[in-house]
Ligand binder design. Structure first.
Ligand code: O2Y
Ligand code: MN
Length: 645
């Protein structure tokens, strides 16, 4: 048990006194300060849930407890509260839409303050003589984690309400789903979790029958040491922000930030970091992947999962409107896939989430009409600009009336295009229910999951990497995932245009040693029929810096080739890096711009020799002895083929 010394103060049983509609929780701490359960039905709590809440209470010492039921009435209550506190404003142009402005120091995930806690360092990350700190995650020892918790969480909820959010990742009751309980002092987190996950009494009921097994998620926005809260409507403690994961006990503790991936603990912390460790133990995969269904003109449908690093257009691809006639794309999820072989050996995937937490800038009718048609009801916007007619604005939005309204930027200052500054923060977001997506897949909540026929890896590669190529086999596919690189994302601290390694698009999200992760991926071949693997790159540029490929809906042309390869059509040629579309196999009929296919599919000798060297160096320095020999062999084979170019 974690933090015994803190928790042993607490009696393991609760005495609940029902006083009119109120329950009073009496514990050694609570005898000093009576603690009311001001909302929710504590009778539904399991013994495990009670015990966990009790520990959080004694550690954080909130004034009140609110057990979330997931209802609309509850949302109304919290919206009113957040309006009063100034955390949100109502966006009157739309239905049930809200704008939150954060403390400007709390605007994104913070990778450098995100840790995996294991007994040994090499259980969390590959330990090598020259590893770059943080390259494949950060490790913290149990003692240091305990210290970090002791320095931050005690009394962190004094004067505040502790919200208890029972949530399901995946449809409630699916064999592929998992339950979590997030305890937080942020009503914004509650309302966002109610969009991003399935929250409420049905989850507590499920918990009664699933052996009381849940991921423990404790979150506090915290208070700075000097107690000076810079932005009272958005309390946080950026200096001491820390996000801790303990895979051994399925625990997450997050302090100091109210933002996105740091605070909506179902997402990156649970569904990816803790999720990947559970998946390893149980023999399945928790991945940073969108899931889409694509139907061809003959009415045949397949599902594809695709991993791209943050801010590479996953949401756009997941909701794509194909330009290729007769094709139809439907969205299962835009960020995370949990995939497991069924008893027939078919790899089945669910989207564990219930909403989209998408990047606003760049989202427009021209780039993603389906997202635009999703987000203007029941949505929480964060750090976008607002307009005097009760609307929102961000860069790239194509708002025709933007000159007729007064615009306020994400910092709350009057804004005009002439200011030269962005109106919305580059990592501003919409948090919106997936069910509202006009092309949500009819099977998106199928408890069995959808069958996956192809896995795509990709990234922003301005040079050298063709539009699409296919892996020769599974271990080659695993190598391609391991060797993924992309221009750096804007979501984290890494800014500027560097081509960063981002294996499997999981670099910030591995819950355990990347070398063991690779072994786990390789082992999937023994468990069932593995899908074909492809690498795509929509972002190759010509010598004069222009994109060679139009992207967006025209990516359906690439999906068409992948579709045909899944059905074993002989439409490929061999190349040193994998299989490329054969001459004429990529359908470019009706393309609105001319494309230089030769340049788009060129595999330059010098580029690939450098690439192979770079990958070798990366594996050597960052993965070292943990690299599986199969992956090393794939590198060696690629090297040989490239050197023959
Ligand atoms: O910066 C954040 O907290 C959000 S990060 C995020 C949000 C939605 C989907 N993906 C990501 C990501 O960083 O991959
Ligand atoms: Mn993501």
């Amino acid at each position: 048990m974690l933090f015994n010394n803190v928790f042993e103060l607490v009696s393991s049983s609760w005495k609940l006194l029902n006083k009119s509609r109120k329950f009073y929780l009496i514990s050694p701490i609570a005898t000093r300060r009576s603690l009311s359960v001001q909302y929710g039905n504590s009778a539904l709590l399991t013994a495990g849930a009670k015990s966990y809440i009790n520990k959080c209470v004694s550690l954080c010492q909130p004034d009140r407890i609110h057990i979330c039921d997931g209802s609309a009435d509850e949302s109304k209550l919290l919206q009113e509260l957040m309006l009063k506190q100034g955390t949100i404003t109502r966006l009157t142009k739309y239905t049930n839409c809200w704008l939150a402005r954060t403390n400007p120091a709390d605007v994104a995930r913070v990778e450098s303050k995100t840790f995996i806690c294991t007994d040994r360092k090499d259980q969390a990350i590959p330990v090598t003589p020259n590893a770059t700190a943080g390259a494949l995650g950060n490790w913290i020892s149990p003692a240091d984690m305990e210290q970090a918790v002791k320095e931050r969480f005690p009394k962190s909820m004094r004067g505040r309400t502790m919200y208890v959010i029972p949530f399901s990742m995946g449809p409630v009751g699916s064999q592929l789903s998992k339950i979590g309980i997030e305890v937080t002092d942020s009503p914004y987190v509650v309302e966002s979790m109610k969009i991003m996950t399935r929250v409420g009494n049905q989850v507590l009921e499920k918990l009664q029958s699933n052996g009381d097994e849940f991921v423990k998620c404790l979150h506090s926005v915290g208070t700075p040491k000097d107690r000076k809260v810079a932005v009272p409507s958005w309390p946080c403690d950026p200096e001491r922000t820390i996000i801790l994961h303990k895979p051994d006990s399925n625990e997450i503790l997050s302090y100091g930030s109210g933002y996105g991936g740091n605070s909506l603990l179902g997402k990156k912390c649970f569904a990816l970091r803790i999720g990947s460790t559970i998946a390893k133990r149980e023999g399945w995969l928790a991945e940073h992947m969108l899931i889409l269904g694509i139907t061809n003109p003959k009415g045949k449908k397949i599902y594809i999962a695709a991993a791209f690093p943050s801010a590479c257009g996953k949401t756009n691809l997941a909701m794509m409107t194909p330009t290729l006639p007769g094709y139809n794309v439907e969205c299962v999820g835009d960020d995370i896939a949990w995939m497991k072989f069924d008893s027939e050996g078919v790899l089945r995937a669910i989207n564990p989430e219930n909403g989209f937490f998408g990047v606003a800038p760049g989202t427009a009718m021209s780039t993603n009409p389906n997202a635009m048609n999703t987000i203007f009801s029941n949505t929480i916007f964060t750090n976008v600009a607002s307009t005097s007619d009760g609307g929102v604005y961000w860069e790239g939005m194509e708002e025709p009336n933007i000159n007729n309204v007064i615009t306020t930027d994400w910092l709350g200052k009057l804004w005009s295009k002439q200011s030269g500054k962005p109106a919305a923060h580059q990592n501003s977001r919409f948090c919106t229910p997936a069910i509202q997506c006009p092309i949500i897949d009819p099977c998106w909540e199928d408890p069995q999951g959808v069958p996956i026929s192809a896995i795509l890896f990709g990234g922003r590669r301005p040079k050298g990497v063709p539009l699409v190529y296919e892996a020769r086999n599974w271990s080659h596919g695993v190598f391609i995932g391991a060797a993924m690189r992309s221009e750096a994302t804007a979501a984290a601290e890494h800014k500027g245009k560097v081509i960063m390694h981002d294996p499997f698009a999981m670099r910030p999200f591995f819950g355990y040693n990347f070398g063991d992760y690779l072994k786990h991926w390789l082992s999937m071949e023994k468990r069932g029929r593995v899908p074909k693997v492809f690498h795509v790159n929509w972002f190759r540029k010509s010598a004069d810096g222009k994109f060679l490929w139009p992207g967006f809906g025209d990516n359906s042309r690439v999906l068409d080739w992948i579709f045909r390869r899944v059905h074993e059509e002989d439409c490929y040629v061999d190349s040193p890096i994998g299989y490329l579309p054969s001459e004429g196999a990529l359908d470019i009929t009706g393309l609105q711009q001319s494309v230089d296919l030769k340049e788009l599919f060129n595999v330059p000798n010098d580029f690939w020799q450098q690439e192979v060297n770079e990958i070798e160096q990366y594996f050597k320095t960052q993965v070292g002895e943990f690299l599986p020999k199969e992956v090393f062999n794939e590198l060696t084979e690629l090297k040989k083929r490239v050197n023959k170019l």
